[in-house]
Write a protein that binds this ligand. Structure first.
Ligand SMILES: N[C@@H](CCC(=O)N[C@@H](CS)C(=O)NCC(=O)O)C(=O)O
Length: 295
């Protein structure tokens, strides 16, 4: 059963941020446990594991849980350093590219991907996104033409970055930044065959194909209950004591995760939760995008 030696991913097939992690698992050639969760709340097993973090994806290694792709990439890189997600010459600079993919251009990709998605038949999805992120169907639909233009401008920028014939955004090898931007194109293609890519984007198509060809490694289906059993049987990688805090995400109304702040580093921090069912669980977050408040 996957555990500390095999990562477990909570995800759903259509999730673009999960696609970023699936590609990282492909780049590293890993076998992993695949727990499929719904695209809308509730997500009982994921909530039980994280203490309330319900965004997608989440990575589990034993009794350690990584929320947000930035924390997930660091965990994969620390445990399986080769092949690296941060190849030279950019190295950790790949993170800046990845952060750009999570900024305004992400909503532009959502506009291309979901711009024609009707309310009828998708009411539960739109209600979830309005309640949790304030994304109202009507307001979103009004933004779609502008979002499509923004995404086209972004594609032109990527094409320019590849103009010297480099195979990947940072040079000869793919890294975190490539996965993040290719995930945007992968998602945008949901909205139509080409996802805004035109024949004028000569280099972009080849680059996206090379990144997506990394594949997903070797997923093995498992249930949420099996993943919880792995956490129950394992001990977290960190221990100690610290102040009780609550962590929520900027731009979302999802409930906060509460725990003792036991570890802080430049790129992220860790809460330890003493869970009545699972025992001690360490929940790791990146710095970016998190609001930390005293409980
Ligand atoms: N900054 C987060 C963004 C994650 C995110 O926005 N994920 C979307 C799905 S792709 C999400 O959580 N949507 C609501 C949901 O899946 O419940 C990360 O890097 O993981």
């Amino acid at each position: 059963m996957p555990g500390v030696d095999r990562p477990i991913l909570f995800h759903y097939p259509a999730s673009p941020w999960a696609e970023l992690v699936r590609l990282a698992l492909g780049l590293k050639g890993l076998a992993w446990g695949s727990v499929e969760v719904p695209a809308v709340c509730p997500k009982p097993e994921q909530e039980a594991l994280t203490g309330g973090y319900v965004r997608t994806p989440v990575l589990q290694l034993g009794a350690d849980v990584y929320c947000d792709t930035l924390a997930i990439m660091d965990a994969l890189e620390a445990r399986w350093p080769e092949p690296t997600l941060y190849p030279a010459p950019l190295g950790r600079g790949h993170r800046a590219l990845a952060l750009e993919a999570g900024g305004a251009v992400f909503l532009a990709a959502v506009g291309v991907a979901l711009g024609d998605m009707p309310l009828a038949g998708n009411a539960a999805f739109w209600a979830d996104r309005e309640r949790r992120f304030g994304l109202r169907f009507d307001a979103f639909r009004a933004m779609v033409p502008g979002l499509r233009d923004s995404f086209a401008a972004h594609l032109a920028r990527l094409e320019a970055m590849l103009a010297d014939g480099r195979p990947f955004l940072g040079g000869e090898a793919p890294g975190h930044g490539d996965l993040a931007h290719a995930m945007l194109l992968w998602f945008a293609a949901r909205g139509g065959p080409a996802g805004g890519v035109t024949p004028g984007h000569g280099r972009l198509c080849g680059w996206a194909a090379r990144v997506l060809a990394l594949g997903h490694g070797r997923p093995e289906a498992m249930t949420g209950a099996e993943a919880l059993a792995v956490a129950r049987a394992a001990a977290p990688s960190v221990s100690g004591d610290g102040p009780v805090v609550r962590v929520a995400q900027e731009g979302s109304f999802d409930p906060p995760v509460e725990g003792r702040l036991v570890d802080e580093a430049a790129d992220g921090f860790t809460l330890l939760r003493d869970d009545p069912d699972l025992g001690l669980v360490a929940v790791h977050f990146p710095r970016e995008g998190q609001r930390v408040e005293p409980a």
